[in-house]
Write a protein that binds this ligand. Structure first.
Ligand code: ZN
Length: 193
């Protein structure tokens, strides 16, 4: 998909979802084009989940685990609401997927997350044997897939996965920027009284 087509697809996620339902994988779309379409659709779901975190005062990060073209786990950052340092979106989504599948390995699964995973989550993805990671915005302060470390495809570890970065990076980053901007504004207001 070229850049203009990608932009149009991002602007109209519901239409993409409808097309994905009606076009069969083998006859209508090249596998690479199908993968791009799936990536936009599932990252859209992860963004939707991230929105729930924002409403509860948690940093808005969302994740979905996809197996054979269907969502088997879904999670958003719950650190504040659960007072849990491990309550990141990826861990929540992985736990749900593992419960649904009845096993701790999710071989063949793709995990979509709106923000580059931190070292804890990247480690969990390796341990769960996730096949592919797709993330939205880079995290220059804690990212462990590309930015600070490369835990997801380090040849010294016993498992490696494909990594696709920057899918819908703009909306994934924008929801975080808006969240932190409002938090700073609230902080300033509170500090003035
Ligand atoms: Zn994390």
């Amino acid at each position: 998909m070229d850049r203009a087509a990608a932009t149009r697809a991002e602007a109209a996620p519901p239409r993409i979802a409808t097309r994905a339902v009606f076009l069969t994988r083998s006859t209508r779309l090249h596998p690479a084009a199908q993968r791009d379409t799936d990536d936009l659709r599932f990252m859209g779901e992860a963004l939707r989940v991230a929105e729930h975190a924002r409403r509860d005062g948690d940093v808005p990060v969302g994740a979905v685990v996809v197996m054979d073209g269907r969502i088997v786990g879904l999670g958003r950052n719950r650190r504040e609401v659960d007072a849990d340092p491990a309550g990141h979106a990826e861990i929540v989504a992985l736990r749900q997927a593992c419960r649904a599948l009845g096993r701790w390995r999710v071989d063949g699964a793709t995990l979509y997350v709106t923000l580059e995973p931190c070292p804890m989550c990247a480690g969990a993805l390796v341990n769960a044997r996730v096949a592919r990671l797709v993330y939205g915005a880079d995290d220059p302060k804690a990212g462990a897939a590309r930015s600070l470390f490369r835990l997801c495809d380090d040849p010294r570890l016993n498992h490696r996965m494909d990594v696709t970065a920057g899918v819908m990076a703009e909306p994934c980053g924008a929801i975080l920027q808006t969240f932190f901007k409002r938090a700073r504004e609230r902080g300033r207001t509170a500090g003035a009284h």
